[in-house]
Write a protein that binds this ligand. Structure first.
Ligand code: FAD
Length: 488
């Protein structure tokens, strides 16, 4: 049996472990932390409030199911999830509130009623989003963009012939302005750029593919919370014989004559036939491969946004809030300009509140809720985070209090905070970026590192910092592409 080492147990590292074990490789996962899952983990405060610390929105669950099916298991025996009827509860400063129903028609009626936006505009937009998905899905997401055989496939050629239809020559914001008459509707759809840490005023309208993931395929909630995703894939990998080495930081990828020979952990050389790095690309090169030439152009691409998150135990429950809630800023462009400049955080940030106790009541005591309160912030470039966090905390509390007409401070019973510095130190993500490179330019898909090394034999890459990108579904696809490339 050929031996594969996987560096990191993020979602893509775990999925690669499953896929390679199914293919018959002897797989060992080396994880720097004492737990698996990377960004997809949990914390418990005061033994009472449980929080998923990272991802909160679950789309494309069939990519998780597929891992169980490949292993000959029934996913439903281990991992279950429910489809959401309402994706998001939206709140605007002027008191407008609306619900994004999963049912397209209900949603279109709601937007027409609350925003005076003609229903047909919404339905036309959702169709357009689906069209972009259908053209780009096969080419950009399921295959390596860096292998000739991808381009020789009939489906790929068909998609390439239609690439002029994917709206890559204008920004998402400009496209959305052309669809909708109410700026609030434009803002609602511009927000989808943040699903991969991008800026709607810069990113190509191709990213209007994202609403289709919700309105066409659905958004889901895993039974027991997001943490179940990483825990159940870890358990599946163990059942397949994968060995996990926790608290085992890889220090070097050992190379001889441009061929990977193994890794170094605790200064000890461990031989492997193949190595898959799920560690952030920039740190893989800079820390584990200091003696080889680095692909500087790819490494220096601008990074996606990071996040500032307050985990609050709240001593009250709020019927007007759901699982996912957005409190919009009044001036979205100003907010994104601050993110682009990267120095400060706008004093009126859009606030996202995720409350899993709405679906998993045991996540908070009776009559209480577990609030995951997040704002987008720039990637970490050494800003004075302590000062920025103190200011942002005040602005966030004031805004929520204003919009919900409450004194929020009096309900916060416990707190933990995650900021870009901690995201970087806990998961080794360069600058604490959530999704690797940003997608703020139309060539971004081609400026992501391939899932293999062109220079070093037997070295592969998976995870949010390489092709096809960040977010759980794309990370799961990167694992698929990577393991498909490993064949001998
Ligand atoms: P990561 O999760 O980055 O994990 C990498 C692992 O490698 C870590 O465990 C790290 O410890 C380990 N490692 C690094 N270096 C070494 C080394 N030298 N030796 C050993 N181990 C090492 N996505 C969504 O789909 N929906 C969302 O709602 C969403 N929201 C998010 C909110 C937040 C706050 C964050 C942080 C992310 C969010 N994301 C979301 C993005 C998603 O979490 C990531 O894209 C995805 O989890 C990244 O997985 P990954 O496989 O790249 O690995």
């Amino acid at each position: 049996m050929k031996k594969v080492a996987i560096i990191g147990s993020g979602i893509a590292g775990l999925a690669s472990a499953v896929r390679l074990a199914v293919k018959g490789y002897a797989v060992e996962v080396f994880e720097a932390n004492s737990y698996t899952g990377g960004k997809l983990t949990e914390i418990i405060l005061e033994n009472k409030y449980r929080f998923d610390t990272g991802p909160s929105l679950f789309t494309m669950p069939h990519f998780v199911d597929e891992l169980f099916t490949l292993a000959g298991e029934n996913p439903k025996d281990y991992f279950n999830y429910q489809k959401l009827d309402v994706f998001t509860h939206y709140f605007y400063e002027d008191g407008t509130r609306l619900k994004a129903f999963a049912d397209k028609n209900l949603f279109a009626n709601e937007v027409e009623e609350k925003l005076n936006e003609p229903k047909e505009n919404i339905l036309k937009f959702i169709q357009y989003s689906e069209r972009i998905y259908k053209i780009t899905n096969r080419v950009f997401m399921h295959n390596s963009l860096h292998k000739l055989k991808t381009y020789l496939h009939f489906d790929t050629l068909k998609s390439i012939a239609q690439l002029h239809k994917i709206d890559s020559f204008r920004t998402m914001h400009n496209a959305n302005k052309s669809f909708f008459k109410n700026p609030k509707t434009v803002q609602l759809f511009d927000r989808y750029a943040t699903y991969n840490g991008s800026n709607p005023y810069l990113t190509p309208a191709t990213l209007n593919i994202i609403p289709h993931l919700e309105y066409g395929i659905g958004a889901f909630y895993p039974k027991g919370g997001m943490h179940e995703i990483s825990q159940q894939i870890t358990a599946l990998a163990k059942r397949l014989g994968v060995t996990f080495h926790l608290n085992s930081k890889v220090e070097e990828i050992v190379i001889d004559e441009n061929t990977v020979k193994g890794i170094k952990v605790n200064k000890t050389f461990l031989p492997f036939d193949k190595v898959v790095s799920n560690m952030d690309l920039v740190h893989t090169y800079r820390k584990l491969l200091p003696h080889v030439a680095h692909p500087e152009k790819l490494l220096s691409q601008p990074k996606s946004t990071s996040a500032l998150i307050f985990y609050w135990g709240i001593s009250k429950s709020f019927s007007e809030l759901g699982l996912h809630n957005i409190l919009f800023s009044d001036d979205y462009e100003k907010e994104f300009n601050a993110l682009k400049n990267g120095v400060s955080i706008d004093n009126d940030p859009t606030i996202y509140i995720n409350i899993t106790s709405k679906f998993t009541p045991s996540d908070a005591p009776d009559g209480h809720e577990n609030w995951f309160v997040m704002i987008n912030v720039p990637a970490n470039k050494g800003q004075d985070w302590d000062k920025l966090i103190t200011e942002a905390r005040e602005n966030v509390i004031n805004k929520i209090s204003r919009i919900l007409n409450i004194d929020l401070k009096s309900f916060i019973v416990c707190e933990d905070i995650l900021d870009p510095r901690k995201i970087e130190s806990r998961t080794s993500s360069y600058q604490g970026a959530l999704y690797g490179n940003s997608s703020n330019n139309k060539f971004a898909a081609f400026l992501r590192h391939p899932n293999f090394s062109k220079k070093l034999k037997n070295l592969y890459f998976c995870g949010g910092s390489v092709h096809p990108g960040g977010g759980i579904p794309l990370c799961l696809l990167s694992a698929k592409i990577t393991s498909d490339l490993i064949s001998d």
